[in-house]
Design a binder for this molecule. Sequence first.
Ligand SMILES: Cc1cc2nc3c(=O)[nH]c(=O)nc-3n(C[C@H](O)[C@H](O)[C@H](O)COP(=O)(O)OP(=O)(O)OC[C@H]3O[C@@H](n4cnc5c(N)ncnc54)[C@H](O)[C@@H]3O)c2cc1C
Length: 379
Amino acid sequence: MHNEETYDAAIIGGGLGGLTLAIKLAQKGKKVILLEKETYPFHKVCGEYISLESWQFIESCGIPLTSLNLPLITQLKISAPNGYTLKQSLDLGGFGIARFTLDQLLFEEAVKVGVKALQNTKVKHVTFNGNQFEINSDKGNFKSHYAFGAYGKKSNLDLQLNRKFTQEIKQGKQNYIGVKYHINIDFPDNYIALHNFKDGYCGISKIDQNNYCLCYLTTQENLSKHGNQIKAMEEAVLFKNPHLKQIFSTASMRFQKPLVISQIRFEPKPLIEQHIIMLGDAAGLIAPLCGNGMSMAMRAADIISKLFPDNAADENSRHQFETLYRQAWNKNFATRLLVGRIFQKLFGSTQITWLIIAMLKPFPWLLRKIISLTHGKRF
Ligand SMILES: Cc1cc2nc3c(=O)[nH]c(=O)nc-3n(C[C@H](O)[C@H](O)[C@H](O)COP(=O)(O)OP(=O)(O)OC[C@H]3O[C@@H](n4cnc5c(N)ncnc54)[C@H](O)[C@@H]3O)c2cc1C
């Protein structure tokens, strides 16, 4: 099927980056198409703790967060693999909401503000012919002046675009897996806990519907060592941390099976590929340890919507738009990603994790400083 209409913007991927960008551009009167391969609502591997920096932005996208009665998270608890604990109040803090809920609300809002939002639509190819994009999807072909890659941490499109890091994936350098459960448990509403274990860490905090999100990251190697059995790995490795053993043994699980994703990687990625502008995880994934990837994806959407050319058909504005976005992205995110990468490496080792936590305990100001380096101001 060929569609003769030319959109101002085609957004590939309807996670938080893609959906909020679509809404913001549509609010400015732009003609927007968004293509998402899944069907809403659906679950995603994510810790579902959102930094308060993006509260106003989400509300400005039409989501009445205040009326959703969401848990506000003001305290952090970190434990080393041996259970040694540090507690700290959070300067900015965050709130909890399931992606199942939030992405669905944003999708409905996108439709309401006039975005042509196609679900169950996988983009297979994107080509730039000199002044516009041809988007080839399993619901037909679409044309647009601008194309945005909001397709998350890994996608068939990375291979199609032959992005540099896809070569390294083939060489099998360090890969991580993410595992998520929704649980019921007796746990304080205003806490996020980050419990470390050998080669990984597990976050737990309250979300909507009186549920808690329990989500952890570890290496593929860790899973392989336990016969690719999640349960066996949890019992042998995670349960060595007494906090995790207690959580797993007292929680009632809301999913039959955990949600699992693989091939998570944290290396830098090019921001613009063949004029496709990347945002969110497609532009660079921050270690979940820093707890801020969702706000980063939305902040990038905010930046793009403010820089987007008045006349998308004017080919002369492309160069300036790309330059300004690159500058703004580096200013906002380059340091955060670097700090995230350093901590991701440090938090693998049992001894080093314990040492860092023990060293930080008497210096709460230092931990606050580190947290602030991975977070931005409210927008
Ligand atoms: C284990 C783990 C825990 C995390 N915990 C937190 C946390 O607590 N707080 C936080 O702020 N961040 C957290 N993050 C990071 C956060 O989940 C991401 O940074 C955030 O979801 C990025 O949003 P996005 O819009 O870029 O991508 P996504 O939300 O991943 O959305 C991408 C979308 O693109 C779609 N897509 C992919 N390919 C195609 C295609 N070819 N065609 C059409 N659609 C496509 C996908 O289906 C998906 O819906 C965590 C990450 C991990 C791995």
